[in-house]
Design a protein around this ligand. Structure first.
Ligand SMILES: NC(=O)c1ccc[n+]([C@@H]2O[C@H](COP(=O)([O-])OP(=O)(O)OC[C@H]3O[C@@H](n4cnc5c(N)ncnc54)[C@H](OP(=O)(O)O)[C@@H]3O)[C@@H](O)[C@H]2O)c1
Length: 331
Protein backbone atom coordinates (compact mmCIF):
# COMPACT_ATOMS: atom_id res chain seq x y z
CA UNK A 1 0.00 0.00 0.00
CA UNK A 2 1.01 3.67 -0.31
CA UNK A 3 1.70 5.85 2.73
CA UNK A 4 3.19 9.25 3.57
CA UNK A 5 6.03 8.90 6.06
CA UNK A 6 8.86 10.90 7.62
CA UNK A 7 12.08 9.54 9.09
CA UNK A 8 13.34 12.77 10.64
CA UNK A 9 11.67 15.93 11.95
CA UNK A 10 11.69 18.92 9.64
CA UNK A 11 9.89 20.90 6.93
CA UNK A 12 7.40 19.50 4.40
CA UNK A 13 10.36 18.12 2.42
CA UNK A 14 10.87 15.32 4.97
CA UNK A 15 7.58 13.74 3.83
CA UNK A 16 8.00 10.77 1.49
CA UNK A 17 5.34 8.89 -0.48
CA UNK A 18 6.40 5.26 -0.10
CA UNK A 19 5.29 1.63 -0.36
CA UNK A 20 4.63 -0.12 2.95
CA UNK A 21 3.24 -3.58 3.69
CA UNK A 22 -0.52 -3.56 4.12
CA UNK A 23 -1.07 -3.77 7.90
CA UNK A 24 -2.73 -6.71 9.59
CA UNK A 25 -5.07 -5.75 12.46
CA UNK A 26 -3.82 -7.03 15.81
CA UNK A 27 -5.99 -7.93 18.80
CA UNK A 28 -8.39 -5.07 19.56
CA UNK A 29 -7.66 -3.35 16.24
CA UNK A 30 -9.63 -2.78 13.06
CA UNK A 31 -8.19 -2.40 9.57
CA UNK A 32 -9.61 0.71 7.88
CA UNK A 33 -9.39 1.41 4.14
CA UNK A 34 -8.91 5.17 3.87
CA UNK A 35 -11.36 7.08 1.68
CA UNK A 36 -10.41 10.62 2.73
CA UNK A 37 -7.68 11.86 5.09
CA UNK A 38 -7.74 15.30 6.68
CA UNK A 39 -4.71 17.59 6.88
CA UNK A 40 -4.48 20.10 9.72
CA UNK A 41 -2.12 22.47 11.42
CA UNK A 42 -1.57 19.91 14.17
CA UNK A 43 0.15 17.66 11.57
CA UNK A 44 2.79 20.38 11.39
CA UNK A 45 3.39 20.05 15.14
CA UNK A 46 4.01 16.32 14.76
CA UNK A 47 6.20 16.58 11.63
CA UNK A 48 8.42 19.26 13.20
CA UNK A 49 8.90 17.35 16.47
CA UNK A 50 6.74 19.65 18.59
CA UNK A 51 4.25 16.99 19.71
CA UNK A 52 4.84 15.49 23.14
CA UNK A 53 2.36 12.71 22.34
CA UNK A 54 4.10 11.01 19.41
CA UNK A 55 4.70 7.40 20.45
CA UNK A 56 5.69 5.72 17.15
CA UNK A 57 9.34 5.18 16.20
CA UNK A 58 10.59 6.39 12.78
CA UNK A 59 9.47 6.01 10.09
CA UNK A 60 6.25 7.70 11.25
CA UNK A 61 3.21 7.64 8.98
CA UNK A 62 1.72 11.12 9.16
CA UNK A 63 -1.93 12.09 9.76
CA UNK A 64 -4.31 12.43 12.71
CA UNK A 65 -7.63 11.88 11.04
CA UNK A 66 -9.43 10.08 8.25
CA UNK A 67 -12.71 8.56 7.19
CA UNK A 68 -12.95 5.16 5.57
CA UNK A 69 -14.43 1.70 5.62
CA UNK A 70 -13.60 -1.24 7.90
CA UNK A 71 -11.94 -3.99 5.88
CA UNK A 72 -11.10 -6.46 8.65
CA UNK A 73 -11.54 -6.94 12.39
CA UNK A 74 -8.76 -8.01 14.75
CA UNK A 75 -9.24 -10.59 17.47
CA UNK A 76 -11.67 -9.58 20.21
CA UNK A 77 -13.21 -6.59 18.44
CA UNK A 78 -16.93 -6.26 19.00
CA UNK A 79 -19.42 -3.56 18.03
CA UNK A 80 -17.98 -3.02 14.53
CA UNK A 81 -18.50 -4.87 11.26
CA UNK A 82 -16.65 -5.33 7.97
CA UNK A 83 -17.84 -2.75 5.40
CA UNK A 84 -18.87 -0.24 8.08
CA UNK A 85 -17.97 3.42 7.37
CA UNK A 86 -15.99 4.97 10.22
CA UNK A 87 -14.09 8.01 11.41
CA UNK A 88 -10.49 7.52 12.61
CA UNK A 89 -8.62 9.82 14.97
CA UNK A 90 -5.33 8.81 16.54
CA UNK A 91 -3.52 11.36 18.64
CA UNK A 92 -0.37 9.40 19.50
CA UNK A 93 0.42 6.94 16.69
CA UNK A 94 -0.94 9.06 13.79
CA UNK A 95 -0.85 7.12 10.50
CA UNK A 96 -4.03 8.10 8.65
CA UNK A 97 -2.22 9.32 5.52
CA UNK A 98 -2.05 5.82 4.06
CA UNK A 99 -4.21 3.54 1.93
CA UNK A 100 -4.92 1.44 5.04
CA UNK A 101 -4.48 1.83 8.78
CA UNK A 102 -4.68 -0.76 11.55
CA UNK A 103 -6.01 1.17 14.53
CA UNK A 104 -7.33 0.41 18.00
CA UNK A 105 -11.12 0.16 17.97
CA UNK A 106 -11.31 2.90 20.67
CA UNK A 107 -9.97 5.39 18.12
CA UNK A 108 -12.67 4.58 15.58
CA UNK A 109 -16.20 6.02 15.56
CA UNK A 110 -19.10 4.82 13.40
CA UNK A 111 -20.26 7.27 10.73
CA UNK A 112 -23.96 8.04 10.50
CA UNK A 113 -25.54 6.43 7.43
CA UNK A 114 -24.77 8.10 4.11
CA UNK A 115 -22.25 10.56 5.57
CA UNK A 116 -19.86 12.10 3.07
CA UNK A 117 -16.26 10.90 3.64
CA UNK A 118 -14.67 14.33 3.05
CA UNK A 119 -17.02 15.99 5.54
CA UNK A 120 -16.24 13.20 8.01
CA UNK A 121 -12.48 13.69 7.51
CA UNK A 122 -12.95 17.30 8.64
CA UNK A 123 -14.65 16.30 11.91
CA UNK A 124 -11.56 16.67 14.13
CA UNK A 125 -11.82 20.47 13.84
CA UNK A 126 -15.42 20.23 15.03
CA UNK A 127 -14.45 18.02 18.00
CA UNK A 128 -12.04 20.80 19.03
CA UNK A 129 -14.67 23.49 18.40
CA UNK A 130 -17.17 21.49 20.47
CA UNK A 131 -14.69 21.45 23.34
CA UNK A 132 -14.11 25.19 23.02
CA UNK A 133 -17.82 26.08 23.00
CA UNK A 134 -19.46 23.30 25.01
CA UNK A 135 -16.91 21.91 27.42
CA UNK A 136 -14.54 24.71 28.47
CA UNK A 137 -17.51 27.06 28.69
CA UNK A 138 -21.16 26.60 27.85
CA UNK A 139 -21.57 29.29 25.21
CA UNK A 140 -25.25 30.08 24.98
CA UNK A 141 -27.64 31.96 22.69
CA UNK A 142 -27.28 35.72 23.03
CA UNK A 143 -23.63 35.48 24.12
CA UNK A 144 -20.85 36.65 21.83
CA UNK A 145 -17.35 35.60 20.82
CA UNK A 146 -14.38 36.89 18.91
CA UNK A 147 -12.03 34.62 16.99
CA UNK A 148 -8.98 35.91 15.11
CA UNK A 149 -7.25 34.24 12.14
CA UNK A 150 -10.55 32.45 11.77
CA UNK A 151 -10.49 31.29 8.14
CA UNK A 152 -8.68 28.01 8.86
CA UNK A 153 -10.17 24.66 9.82
CA UNK A 154 -10.79 25.21 13.52
CA UNK A 155 -11.81 28.86 13.06
CA UNK A 156 -14.43 27.74 10.55
CA UNK A 157 -15.68 25.02 12.90
CA UNK A 158 -15.96 27.43 15.86
CA UNK A 159 -17.92 29.89 13.69
CA UNK A 160 -20.31 27.26 12.37
CA UNK A 161 -20.99 25.67 15.76
CA UNK A 162 -21.47 29.12 17.31
CA UNK A 163 -23.95 30.06 14.57
CA UNK A 164 -25.76 26.79 15.11
CA UNK A 165 -26.07 27.62 18.82
CA UNK A 166 -27.14 31.24 18.29
CA UNK A 167 -23.90 32.72 19.66
CA UNK A 168 -22.95 35.98 17.98
CA UNK A 169 -19.61 35.89 16.12
CA UNK A 170 -17.00 38.55 15.43
CA UNK A 171 -14.19 37.15 13.27
CA UNK A 172 -11.01 38.44 11.69
CA UNK A 173 -8.37 37.34 9.20
CA UNK A 174 -5.15 38.66 7.71
CA UNK A 175 -6.28 39.20 4.10
CA UNK A 176 -9.29 40.50 2.20
CA UNK A 177 -9.70 37.09 0.54
CA UNK A 178 -9.96 35.40 3.95
CA UNK A 179 -12.36 38.11 5.17
CA UNK A 180 -14.55 37.45 2.12
CA UNK A 181 -14.50 33.73 2.99
CA UNK A 182 -15.66 34.56 6.54
CA UNK A 183 -18.50 36.69 5.18
CA UNK A 184 -19.39 33.77 2.92
CA UNK A 185 -19.85 31.68 6.08
CA UNK A 186 -22.51 34.18 7.11
CA UNK A 187 -20.46 36.21 9.60
CA UNK A 188 -21.51 39.85 9.38
CA UNK A 189 -18.97 41.29 11.83
CA UNK A 190 -15.67 40.69 10.05
CA UNK A 191 -12.48 42.76 9.98
CA UNK A 192 -8.96 42.50 8.61
CA UNK A 193 -6.67 42.49 11.66
CA UNK A 194 -3.74 43.73 9.56
CA UNK A 195 -5.73 46.82 8.58
CA UNK A 196 -7.50 47.59 11.87
CA UNK A 197 -6.46 47.36 15.51
CA UNK A 198 -8.16 44.21 16.82
CA UNK A 199 -9.05 45.56 20.27
CA UNK A 200 -10.64 48.68 18.76
CA UNK A 201 -12.47 46.61 16.14
CA UNK A 202 -13.92 44.16 18.67
CA UNK A 203 -15.04 47.08 20.86
CA UNK A 204 -16.61 48.79 17.85
CA UNK A 205 -18.35 45.68 16.55
CA UNK A 206 -19.68 44.74 19.99
CA UNK A 207 -21.15 48.21 20.51
CA UNK A 208 -18.56 49.00 23.21
CA UNK A 209 -19.61 46.06 25.44
CA UNK A 210 -16.86 43.61 24.53
CA UNK A 211 -17.45 39.89 23.95
CA UNK A 212 -18.05 37.01 26.33
CA UNK A 213 -15.32 34.83 24.82
CA UNK A 214 -12.11 35.49 22.93
CA UNK A 215 -10.79 32.35 21.21
CA UNK A 216 -7.04 32.67 20.72
CA UNK A 217 -4.50 30.34 19.05
CA UNK A 218 -1.67 32.89 19.07
CA UNK A 219 -1.12 34.34 22.61
CA UNK A 220 2.29 36.02 22.07
CA UNK A 221 3.76 39.22 23.51
CA UNK A 222 0.53 41.22 23.04
CA UNK A 223 -1.68 38.57 24.66
CA UNK A 224 -2.84 40.75 27.58
CA UNK A 225 -4.26 43.44 25.30
CA UNK A 226 -7.10 41.02 24.67
CA UNK A 227 -8.54 41.60 28.16
CA UNK A 228 -9.76 44.91 26.72
CA UNK A 229 -11.95 42.98 24.23
CA UNK A 230 -13.90 41.27 27.02
CA UNK A 231 -17.28 42.02 28.54
CA UNK A 232 -17.64 41.62 32.32
CA UNK A 233 -16.95 37.98 33.32
CA UNK A 234 -15.49 37.45 29.84
CA UNK A 235 -12.90 34.74 29.23
CA UNK A 236 -9.96 34.26 26.90
CA UNK A 237 -9.83 30.66 25.74
CA UNK A 238 -6.49 29.60 24.32
CA UNK A 239 -6.08 26.58 22.07
CA UNK A 240 -2.46 27.15 21.06
CA UNK A 241 0.23 29.78 21.50
CA UNK A 242 1.70 30.12 17.99
CA UNK A 243 3.08 33.55 18.89
CA UNK A 244 4.81 32.45 22.10
CA UNK A 245 4.32 33.71 25.65
CA UNK A 246 2.92 37.05 26.84
CA UNK A 247 5.38 39.89 27.37
CA UNK A 248 3.58 40.85 30.53
CA UNK A 249 4.16 37.89 32.82
CA UNK A 250 2.53 39.72 35.71
CA UNK A 251 -0.83 38.42 34.60
CA UNK A 252 -2.24 38.11 38.10
CA UNK A 253 -1.36 41.72 38.84
CA UNK A 254 -2.96 42.74 35.54
CA UNK A 255 -6.12 40.75 36.27
CA UNK A 256 -6.31 42.41 39.70
CA UNK A 257 -5.91 45.85 38.14
CA UNK A 258 -8.89 45.06 35.89
CA UNK A 259 -10.82 43.29 38.66
CA UNK A 260 -14.07 45.05 37.83
CA UNK A 261 -14.15 42.81 34.71
CA UNK A 262 -13.56 39.55 36.63
CA UNK A 263 -11.86 38.03 33.60
CA UNK A 264 -10.69 34.47 33.10
CA UNK A 265 -8.16 32.56 31.01
CA UNK A 266 -8.57 28.92 30.01
CA UNK A 267 -6.43 26.61 27.87
CA UNK A 268 -8.24 23.87 25.97
CA UNK A 269 -6.59 20.79 24.51
CA UNK A 270 -8.33 17.89 22.82
CA UNK A 271 -6.04 15.72 24.96
CA UNK A 272 -8.42 16.39 27.86
CA UNK A 273 -10.18 13.33 26.42
CA UNK A 274 -7.13 11.08 26.84
CA UNK A 275 -8.40 10.13 30.28
CA UNK A 276 -12.08 10.12 29.29
CA UNK A 277 -12.60 7.89 26.22
CA UNK A 278 -16.30 7.36 27.01
CA UNK A 279 -16.88 11.13 27.14
CA UNK A 280 -15.00 11.56 23.87
CA UNK A 281 -17.14 8.89 22.21
CA UNK A 282 -20.23 10.93 23.11
CA UNK A 283 -18.66 14.11 21.71
CA UNK A 284 -17.82 12.31 18.46
CA UNK A 285 -21.33 10.93 18.17
CA UNK A 286 -22.93 14.36 18.71
CA UNK A 287 -20.57 16.17 16.33
CA UNK A 288 -20.67 13.55 13.56
CA UNK A 289 -24.46 13.62 13.86
CA UNK A 290 -24.52 17.40 13.45
CA UNK A 291 -22.33 17.21 10.35
CA UNK A 292 -24.23 14.29 8.83
CA UNK A 293 -27.54 16.11 9.34
CA UNK A 294 -26.21 19.15 7.45
CA UNK A 295 -26.62 21.39 10.54
CA UNK A 296 -22.95 22.29 10.03
CA UNK A 297 -21.21 21.84 6.67
CA UNK A 298 -17.39 21.69 6.64
CA UNK A 299 -16.17 23.67 3.62
CA UNK A 300 -13.64 21.55 1.70
CA UNK A 301 -10.94 23.86 0.34
CA UNK A 302 -9.22 21.32 -1.89
CA UNK A 303 -8.98 17.60 -2.47
CA UNK A 304 -5.42 16.52 -3.30
CA UNK A 305 -4.12 13.03 -4.11
CA UNK A 306 -2.32 11.34 -1.22
CA UNK A 307 0.92 11.53 -3.22
CA UNK A 308 0.74 15.34 -2.83
CA UNK A 309 0.76 15.34 0.98
CA UNK A 310 3.94 17.41 0.94
CA UNK A 311 2.18 20.13 -1.06
CA UNK A 312 -0.72 19.96 1.38
CA UNK A 313 1.67 20.60 4.27
CA UNK A 314 3.20 23.54 2.38
CA UNK A 315 -0.28 25.01 1.91
CA UNK A 316 -1.07 24.61 5.62
CA UNK A 317 2.25 26.23 6.56
CA UNK A 318 1.60 29.12 4.19
CA UNK A 319 -1.72 29.66 6.02
CA UNK A 320 -3.60 29.63 2.73
CA UNK A 321 -6.18 26.93 3.51
CA UNK A 322 -9.75 28.19 3.84
CA UNK A 323 -11.66 25.55 5.77
CA UNK A 324 -10.42 22.00 5.28
CA UNK A 325 -7.84 20.31 3.07
CA UNK A 326 -8.24 16.57 2.42
CA UNK A 327 -6.21 13.87 0.68
CA UNK A 328 -7.58 10.98 -1.35
CA UNK A 329 -5.70 7.69 -1.76
CA UNK A 330 -5.14 6.83 -5.37
CA UNK A 331 -5.44 3.06 -5.17
N1 LIG B 1 -5.99 22.74 21.45
C1 LIG B 1 -6.27 21.71 20.66
O1 LIG B 1 -6.80 20.69 21.08
C2 LIG B 1 -5.96 21.82 19.19
C3 LIG B 1 -6.23 20.74 18.35
C4 LIG B 1 -5.93 20.86 17.00
C5 LIG B 1 -5.33 22.02 16.52
N2 LIG B 1 -5.04 23.02 17.39
C6 LIG B 1 -4.43 24.27 16.92
O2 LIG B 1 -5.46 25.06 16.33
C7 LIG B 1 -4.87 25.98 15.41
C8 LIG B 1 -5.65 26.02 14.12
O3 LIG B 1 -5.51 24.78 13.45
P1 LIG B 1 -6.10 24.60 11.99
O4 LIG B 1 -5.91 23.19 11.61
O5 LIG B 1 -7.43 25.23 11.94
O6 LIG B 1 -5.09 25.50 11.15
P2 LIG B 1 -5.27 26.18 9.72
O7 LIG B 1 -6.41 25.59 9.01
O8 LIG B 1 -3.92 26.20 9.11
O9 LIG B 1 -5.68 27.69 10.09
C9 LIG B 1 -4.85 28.45 10.87
C10 LIG B 1 -5.22 29.92 10.70
O10 LIG B 1 -4.52 30.57 11.74
C11 LIG B 1 -4.16 31.87 11.34
N3 LIG B 1 -2.85 32.14 11.95
C12 LIG B 1 -2.64 33.06 12.88
N4 LIG B 1 -1.38 33.05 13.28
C13 LIG B 1 -0.76 32.10 12.57
C14 LIG B 1 0.56 31.64 12.53
N5 LIG B 1 1.52 32.15 13.32
N6 LIG B 1 0.85 30.64 11.67
C15 LIG B 1 -0.10 30.11 10.87
N7 LIG B 1 -1.40 30.52 10.87
C16 LIG B 1 -1.71 31.52 11.72
C17 LIG B 1 -4.17 31.89 9.82
O11 LIG B 1 -5.09 32.91 9.43
P3 LIG B 1 -4.63 34.43 9.23
O12 LIG B 1 -3.71 34.45 8.06
O13 LIG B 1 -5.93 35.11 8.98
O14 LIG B 1 -3.99 34.84 10.53
C18 LIG B 1 -4.76 30.54 9.41
O15 LIG B 1 -5.85 30.71 8.53
C19 LIG B 1 -3.42 25.54 15.25
O16 LIG B 1 -2.62 26.41 16.00
C20 LIG B 1 -3.40 24.13 15.82
O17 LIG B 1 -2.15 23.75 16.31
C21 LIG B 1 -5.35 22.95 18.71
Amino acid sequence: MKAVVFEEFGGPEVLKYVDLPKPVPGPGQVLVKTMSAGVCKADWRVRTGRSQWLTSPFPVTVGYESAGVIEALGEGVTGFSVGQPVHVLHMAVYGTNADYMAVTADDVAPLPEGMDFDAAAAAFNYFVAWGLLEQVVQASPGQSLYIGGAAGGIGTAVIQLAQHKGVEVIASASTEEKCAYLRGLGVEKVFNYKAEDDVAAVKRLSGGRGVDYVYDQVAGPAFCRQFDMLATYGQIILYNYLGGYPEDREIIHLLQSKCEGCYGIRYFSIHVHDTDPAGFRKVKERVLGLIASGAVKPPIYKVLPLSEARRAHEMIEAGEVLGKLVLHPEG
